[in-house]
Design a protein around this ligand. Structure first.
Ligand SMILES: Nc1ncnc2c1ncn2[C@@H]1O[C@H](COP(=O)(O)OP(=O)(O)OP(=O)(O)O)[C@@H](O)[C@H]1O
Length: 235
């Protein structure tokens, strides 16, 4: 299957710390690729490096066949990659409606349709349209963050730990929403909640100490207790 995104032996530093040593993975179109690994393994840094928020010091990042390593974040986003960061990236002082409007890159018919779709998916956003971002619950903030990325037509969405800090019932709602988005877009998901990751993911890569060390189909990982214990600490 054709790869939408491909990282080859990517290395990256944060200040003088060598954080990514050898990250290689491929993201097939229309599938959900999950990046797994223990805390501090380098998953967030990998997403940030794809987005040009960290420099690639060695290796290549290709998107739709074109090298995007070390292009500006603006250029990378413009090529069709949406990013939902771990801290959600919403504006606390702006209302839900203002957060959405600021995120919209276009005001065409398609964007309007996508907006209607996310508001149907997350009725809370409609209900709290005039409420400030800072006053939303953790789950509502996550829904707003995902909606802000989804409202624009992107070919690829990078979503960093959407379940973090959420109550199980809200995790279910977010899982369901990503499952629906998966019908329409390719997704790279970083997720520590294995249940959520395995419900959404088609295939996985495990990152350990800044390197991709293992990959396969999500269904196979569920049966592979040795790998789960070794790299994820799940017995
Ligand atoms: N600004 C920074 N300065 C120094 N080291 C950093 C910085 N940001 C991240 N690191 C280090 O880089 C490594 C990878 O962090 P990263 O956030 O990418 O891991 P992660 O796999 O996403 O884990 P988590 O789930 O805890 O976010 C960690 O050892 C972390 O301490």
């Amino acid at each position: 299957m054709e790869s939408l995104l491909e990282l080859k032996q990517v290395e990256a530093f944060i200040q003088h710390y060598h954080i990514l040593h050898d990250i290689s993975f491929e993201v097939p179109k229309s599938e959900v690729t999950v990046l797994l690994g223990r805390n501090g393994a380098g998953k967030t840094t990998t997403l940030r490096t794809i987005m040009g928020l960290n420099q690639v010091s060695k290796g290549t990042v290709r998107f739709k066949g074109e090298e995007i390593s070390n292009r500006s974040t603006h250029q990378i986003a413009k090529r069709g990659i949406g990013y939902v960061p771990e801290d959600q990236g919403i504006f606390n002082g702006l209302t839900v409606g203002e957060n959405m409007r600021v995120a919209m890159k276009k005001e065409d018919e398609e964007t309007t349709k996508r907006m209607e779709w996310v508001l149907e998916l997350f009725p809370d956003l409609k209900k709290f349209w005039k409420k400030e971002g800072g006053q939303l619950s953790g789950g509502q903030k996550q829904m707003l963050a995902i909606s802000r990325a989804y409202v624009n037509r992107n070919d690829l969405l990078l979503i960093d730990e959407p379940s973090k800090g959420l109550a199980p019932i809200i995790v279910d709602k977010v899982t369901e929403s990503i499952q629906q988005m998966k019908e329409q877009t390719t997704i790279v998901l970083v997720e520590q909640n294995f249940m959520m990751a395995s419900n959404i993911g088609d295939h996985f890569y495990i990152i350990d100490d800044g390197a991709t060390v293992h990959h396969g189909k999500m269904e196979e990982l569920k049966e592979d207790k040795i790998t789960m214990k070794k790299y994820l600490g799940i017995a």
